[in-house]
Design a protein around this ligand. Structure first.
Ligand SMILES: NC(=O)c1ccc[n+]([C@@H]2O[C@H](COP(=O)([O-])OP(=O)(O)OC[C@H]3O[C@@H](n4cnc5c(N)ncnc54)[C@H](OP(=O)(O)O)[C@@H]3O)[C@@H](O)[C@H]2O)c1
Length: 348
C-alpha cells in the first residue's frame, strides 16, 4: 500500500466558533465561504492513530452546523472537514491494536486530533474504528456511527422510560427513519411530524403509526386526536421550535422532551410551567459524543453488532440523494443538499 505524503480534501476556510452572527440553521446559498478543495501534508501518526484511505463519507447536519461555526467543537482553518466515513486502514502508529487494523475496511469517526473524512485519506484513532463486513454497503457503512448510534441510544432511552411510543420531529430525517424501524420491530408506535407530504409514502412503508404535517391547517386538531389515541410520552426532537412546544403541551404527565438537534432558528416558548411542577414533565438533551465515551464497552459492542446486523439484512438502509466526487462537491453541494430524498455522500 502506498502511503501518500499529501492528502487532498475539502478544507475548512474559517476558524473557531461563529459568535458574532449565528444563523441557527443549515441552509447555504453557496459553499464558497466555508470549504475549498486543497491539500495538506499527511500528518505523522501518533501511537494509537491510523491512516484510512477513504471510500465514502456522508454529509450530516452536524457537519453543516460545524462549517457555520455553530457546533459543539470549533472549526480549524485548513483542515479537511467531515465527521465520519468508511475506508481501508493503510498505516498505523506505534500500537498493537492500531497495527492489527492495517488492511481492514472500517467505519470510523473523525477526532479533533486527526483530520476530517471529506478527503482522499483521513487520520483517526484506532479505538474509533469499527471493522466493517462487506455485507454492509459503502453508503450504510459511511454513515454507520453518527445517525445509527444516535437512533439506537435514544430509542433505548424511550423504551427505558416505558413510553408506548415516540413522537419524532423532522420525522423523515435519517435518524427518525431508523427509529421508526426500531419502533416497528419492538411493537412500539411512532408519530412522525414532517413539513412536507413528499415523505409520507416512505414513512408509511417503514411502518410509521401516524404522520402529521406541521404546516397543515388541521395540524392542531390532528395532533390532539393522535395524542389521545396513542398517548406517546417521549418526544425526540431535532427541530426545537414552536411546534415542538405545541407537541410537548399536548403530551400527558411524565412525558420527556429529548432535544438532540437544532434545525430551526426559532426559540420555542415554554408556555406552561405547571407541566414541570405538577405533571413531572422534563426536557433534556442528547449528544452522541459523550455517550460514546461514557457507555460501557460491552454496551457499545452490542449496539455496533445490532446496527451491522440491521444494515446487512435490510431492516435498516440509508436513503441516498446524491454521491458527489470530492472535486465537484464545492460547486454541486448546495443543489444536492436541497434534495429531500436522502443523504449526500462524498467519494474521493
Ligand atoms: N445529538 C446528536 O448526537 C446527534 C447525532 C446525530 C444527528 N443529530 C441531529 O439529528 C438531526 C437529523 O439528522 P439526519 O442526518 O437524520 O438528518 P437528514 O437525514 O439530513 O434530514 C434532515 C431532516 O430535517 C428536516 N428539517 C430540516 N430543517 C427543518 C425545520 N426547520 N423544521 C422541520 N424539519 C426540518 C428536513 O425536512 P425536509 O425534507 O422537509 O427538508 C429533513 O427531513 C439533525 O438535527 C442532526 O444534527 C444529532
Amino acid at each position: 500500500m502506498t502511503i501518500p505524503t499529501r492528502i487532498t480534501g475539502l478544507l475548512v476556510k474559517q476558524h473557531g466558533y461563529n459568535t458574532t452572527n449565528p444563523e441557527g440553521h443549515i441552509r447555504f446559498e453557496s459553499m464558497d465561504p466555508y470549504i475549498e478543495l486543497g491539500e495538506v501534508d499527511t500528518p505523522d501518526l501518533a501511537s494509537g492513530q491510523v491512516l484510512v484511505e477513504m471510500s465514502m463519507a456522508p454529509i450530516n447536519p452536524s457537519d453543516l452546523h460545524f462549517l457555520k461555526g455553530e457546533y459543539g467543537q470549533p472549526r480549524v482553518q485548513g483542515k479537511p472537514a467531515g465527521f465520519e466515513g468508511v475506508g481501508t486502514v493503510i498505516a498505523a502508529g506505534d500500537d498493537a491494536y492500531a497495527q492489527s487494523l492495517v488492511g481492514t475496511r472500517v467505519s470510523f469517526a473523525a477526532t479533533p486530533t486527526g483530520t476530517g473524512t471529506w478527503a482522499t485519506h483521513a487520520v483517526s484513532d484506532a479505538e474509533l474504528c469499527i471493522p466493517m463486513p462487506e455485507t454492509v454497503s459503502d453508503h450504510d457503512a459511511a454513515g454507520f456511527i453518527v445517525n445509527p448510534l444516535t437512533a439506537a441510544a435514544m430509542f433505548e432511552d424511550a423504551k427505558s422510560a416505558g413510553s408506548p411510543g415516540v413522537v419524532l420531529t423532522a420525522g423523515a430525517s435519517q435518524v427518525s427513519k431508523f427509529i421508526v424501524a426500531l419502533a416497528r420491530d419492538a411493537g412500539l408506535e411512532s408519530v412522525c411530524i414532517v413539513r412536507r407530504d413528499v415523505h409520507n409514502d416512505a414513512l408509511t412503508d417503514l411502518g410509521a403509526t401516524a404522520i402529521l404535517n406541521q404546516n397543515d391547517d388541521d395540524f392542531d386538531q390532528r395532533l390532539k386526536e393522535v395524542m389521545k389515541t396513542h398517548k406517546p410520552r417521549f418526544l425526540i426532537d431535532a427541530v426545537v421550535d414552536a411546534t415542538s412546544t405545541k407537541i410537548f403541551n399536548a403530551m400527558g404527565s411524565n412525558s420527556t422532551w429529548l432535544v438532540y438537534g437544532s434545525l430551526s432558528a426559532e426559540i420555542p416558548p415554554l408556555s406552561n410551567p405547571g407541566e414541570f411542577i405538577f405533571m413531572n414533565k422534563v426536557i433534556r438533551g442528547f449528544w452522541l459524543a459523550p455517550w460514546l465515551s461514557r457507555a460501557p464497552m460491552e454496551e457499545k459492542i452490542e449496539v455496533f453488532g445490532e446496527v451491522q446486523a440491521r444494515f446487512a439484512d435490510g431492516r435498516w438502509s440509508t436513503d441516498v440523494a446524491a454521491t458527489l466526487r470530492l472535486a465537484h462537491a464545492p460547486t454541486e453541494l448546495v443543489e444536492a443538499l436541497a434534495d429531500p430524498r436522502g443523504k449526500v455522500f462524498i467519494t474521493p
